[in-house]
Write a protein that binds this ligand. Sequence first.
Ligand code: ATP
Ligand code: MG
Length: 376
Amino acid sequence: MSKTAPAASPARATPPDPRAPGPLRMLSGDRPTGRLHLGHYAGSLANRVRLHRSYQSFFIIADLHMLTTKNTRADIAATAGLARDMVLDSLAAGLDPQHSVFYLQSAIPEVAEVSLLLQSLITVPRLERVPSLKEMARDAGADEMAYALLGYPVLQAADILGIGADVVPVGRDNAPHVEIAREVARRFNHLYGPTLTVPELIPGGTPSLVGTDGQGKMSKSAGNVIYLSDPPEQVRRKVARMYADPGRVRADVPGTVQGNPVFVYHDEFNDDRAEVAGLKQRYRAGAVGDAEVKERLAAAINRFLDPMRERRARFEASSGLAEELIVTGTEQARRQVQQTVAGMRRAMGFTAVFSQLRGSRLSAPGAPATGGADGI
Ligand code: ATP
Ligand code: MG
C-alpha cells in the first residue's frame, strides 16, 4: 500500500483502495447546534486534537443531520453563525487549520446522491435496531418518527463513505452508526466490485461527561454545561454552584468521591494530579470543605481553558478566517465526494447505461454524436 499509515493507525481498510496515494483520511464532526462544551471536549474533541495531524482530517459540519430536530427557515438561517462558532471552538481546542478540512454538509449535494445509492443495501429492521434511535426520536419531540430519523445512519454512512474515510473516531453513542457504514460499504463492494473504503472505528473519549447539576450527561439543552468559551469568572460561578455529595452537610463530614461530579471533573481536567489525590484523601476524611475543592477545580478548569482562550483570541482577530476555512474546505470535500459518486455510478453500471442510450439515439441535427462516459 503506498499510503503512509501513522504509527497508531488501525488495520488498513479493505478492500484495496483504488484511489491515488496519500495519507489516510479521517472523518469526524458534529451538528452545528451551538457552542462546544467540556462534554464535547472529553467525548470527542480531545481525541480529534490528538489524532488529526496523523491523517488527512475532514470535519463535517453536519447541518443536514439537524433537520430531524430543527428544520424551520430560522433554524437553517442560524447555521452560518453556528458553523463559524463550531470551527472557532475547534481551532481554540487545538485543531490545526493546516491539518483540518472543515466542510458544510448541505453545500455538497452529492452526499444526498451517495445516501440514495446506499438505501437499498440496508433493511428497515436493521435500522430500527440502532440503539440511539429511540433517544433521537425523543429528542426530535414528534409523536411519530420522521423517515429521515430512521435513515439518519444511512446519511451518516454517505458522509463517511463519500469522503472515503479510512478511520472514524467515535464516542460510544456513535459506534453503531459507523458499524452501519461498514456494513453498507461491504455490501456495495460485494455487489458491484471494490469501490468504497470500509472505514475503521477508532474508539476513545469519555463516553458521557456528567453535567454540573449531576443529573445526567452535560448537554446544552439541560443547561448544565461549561462552555469552552466561558470566561474565567463564569467558570468560577458555575463551579461554585455545582452539585457535589448531597449527603455532606459540613466540611468535617466524610464525603464520597466516587461518582461525585466535582471529582469527576478534577480527574478529567485538573493537571495537578498530586493536588487531586490530596483533595480526595482529605474529602474522604472530612478534612476539607466543598468550597475549597470547588475553588481548586475552577482554577484547574481555567488553567485548562486558558490556552484555548489565547488561541481563540488569535483566530478571532483574523476576521473571516473560519468562513474562509469552511468555504475552501467544502470545495475540497466536494471534489472528494464527487469522485466517490462517479466511482459508485460506474461500478453500478449507471454510467454505461446512459452512455449506451446516448450512443444509440437518433442523431438530431446539432446533437453531439457521442457523450463522455463520465458525463453523469
Ligand atoms: P443538545 O443538548 O442540543 O443535544 P449537546 O450539548 O448534547 O446538545 P450534541 O450536539 O448532542 O451536544 O453532542 C454531539 C456529540 O458530542 C455527541 O454525539 C457526543 O459524541 C458528544 N458529547 C456531547 N455531550 C457529551 C458529554 N456530556 N459527554 C461526552 N460526549 C458528549
Ligand atoms: Mg445531545
